[in-house]
Design a protein around this ligand. Structure first.
Ligand code: FES
Ligand code: FES
Length: 182
């Protein structure tokens, strides 16, 4: 990721063209240099599954995405800093015909109520399960420490992650590589 000042240096008119790969598709757009990455994702790419919950203060985690293999809060980055990045949003997880095990876990274990926090939760869980086969409850709690939920009391979310982890652990390496390609 480019530092903010360096990312903004190359522009003269307050705009800069950036190119990112989002959920496997290339997007090239001219953006205001002060545009937040979360606004770029929601407004320019129309991927509104990424939410804004805390007035972009980095506190709630609703805006979490996977960027170059890490879970990041997209309200704490500028779009220009993501130039050249590989991004996954919740829309890239699974399809209605074939849910990702993480989505299946939230469905089976009632890991959501209003659902506002859910996309960000899922991105943090993705980052955990990509590298941790059998996460302990403490590891799950640690992975979700930056994601707030005002509805569920978290217990069903923990159960959803455990369900997803069991599904992933039962898969072949090829199947795991396919669903954790970011
Ligand atoms: S909107 Fe980004 S952390 Fe709350
Ligand atoms: S399900 Fe409502 S905020 Fe988490």
């Amino acid at each position: 990721m480019q530092p903010i000042q360096e990312a903004q240096q190359t522009v003269g008119n307050g705009m800069k063209t950036i190119q990112v790969r989002v959920n496997g598709k290339i997007a090239k757009k001219e953006v205001p240099i002060r545009m937040l990455l979360v606004d770029f994702i929601r407004e320019e790419l129309a991927l509104t599954g990424t939410h804004v919950g805390c007035s972009v203060e980095g506190r709630c985690g609703a805006c979490t995405i996977v960027l170059n293999g890490d879970a990041v809060k997209s309200c704490l980055m500028l779009a220009v800093q993501a130039d050249g990045a590989d991004i996954m949003t919740v829309e890239g997880l699974g399809t209605t015909d074939k849910l990702h095990p993480i989505q299946q876990g939230f469905w089976e274990k009632h890991g959501l109520q209003c659902g506002f926090c859910t996309p960000g939760m899922m991105m943090s869980v993705y980052n955990l399960l990509k590298t941790t086969r059998h996460p302990s409850i403490d590891e799950i709690r640690d992975a979700l420490v930056g994601n707030l939920c005002r509805c569920t009391g978290y217990e069903h979310i923990i159960q959803a992650v455990q369900y997803a982890a069991d599904q992933v652990a039962a898969m072949s390496k090829e199947e795991r590589d396919e669903i954790f390609s970011y």
